[in-house]
Design a protein around this ligand. Structure first.
Ligand code: COA
Length: 163
């Protein structure tokens, strides 16, 4: 993890990004990278797609979103920012890459002046719920379609770090 970083997706690494695969039993929990890149193309102002690279090796993909309303018809619904997609390659999981991606997105959200990180996940065996709870996300009590809405309060997370 000496040289762990996020890289923009470019003509040089797009094939490597698209080739990333989670385990087959995890495919129902996250869209393939190629779909995320297509969505990033049509939402250039909202999507922040990045390759996770360790040394010379692409190990995952993360896409953040900024200022999206989940329920545009609800005047009380505030714009949110957070994790849209997170895919750590099968065989590269359990090494801290997912945590690094969440921390990097949190930093970017902080840089943009916000203090809450939102994510939605599907429940089920092999799903990412325990990962997000481990990182400090809490269920908000809302659902977005059939997905649980979770939120990380960066101010509270920071206080916990100092305690
Ligand atoms: C969920 C996912 C992103 C986690 O990435 P990862 O790189 O394996 O996770 P990390 O190694 O950074 O783990 C961070 C912490 O979460 C814990 N953790 C990770 N997965 C966990 C699981 N399934 N159950 C319990 N704890 C888990 C780790 O033990 C670690 O704890 P520690 O730092 O206290 O030791 C990865 O498994 C993945 O890509 N899954 C398939 C796609 C998916 O579900 N994406 C999310 C869509 S919303």
């Amino acid at each position: 993890m000496a040289d762990l970083r996020l890289e923009r997706v470019t003509p040089d690494n797009v094939d490597a990004a698209i080739a990333l695969r989670v385990r087959p039993d995890q495919e129902r929990f996250v869209s393939p990278v190629v779909k995320s890149l297509a969505e990033a193309y049509v939402h250039p102002d909202k999507a922040w797609p990045r390759l996770i690279v360790d040394g010379a090796e692409p190990v995952g993909f993360v896409m953040a979103f900024f200022d999206i309303r989940f329920n545009p018809d609800d005047p009380d619904d505030r714009p949110r920012s957070g994790l849209w997609r997170l895919n750590i390659a099968a065989g590269r999981q359990g090494r801290g890459y997912g945590r690094f991606a969440v921390e990097s997105v949190s930093e970017e959200i902080r840089r943009r002046g916000q203090s809450r990180v939102t994510v939605t996940w599907a429940e089920g065996e092999g799903g990412p719920e325990e990962f997000y709870l481990r990182l400090g996300f809490r269920r908000t009590g809302e659902m977005s379609g059939d997905q649980v809405v979770g939120e990380l309060d960066l101010d509270r997370a920071c206080r916990a770090c100092r305690a």
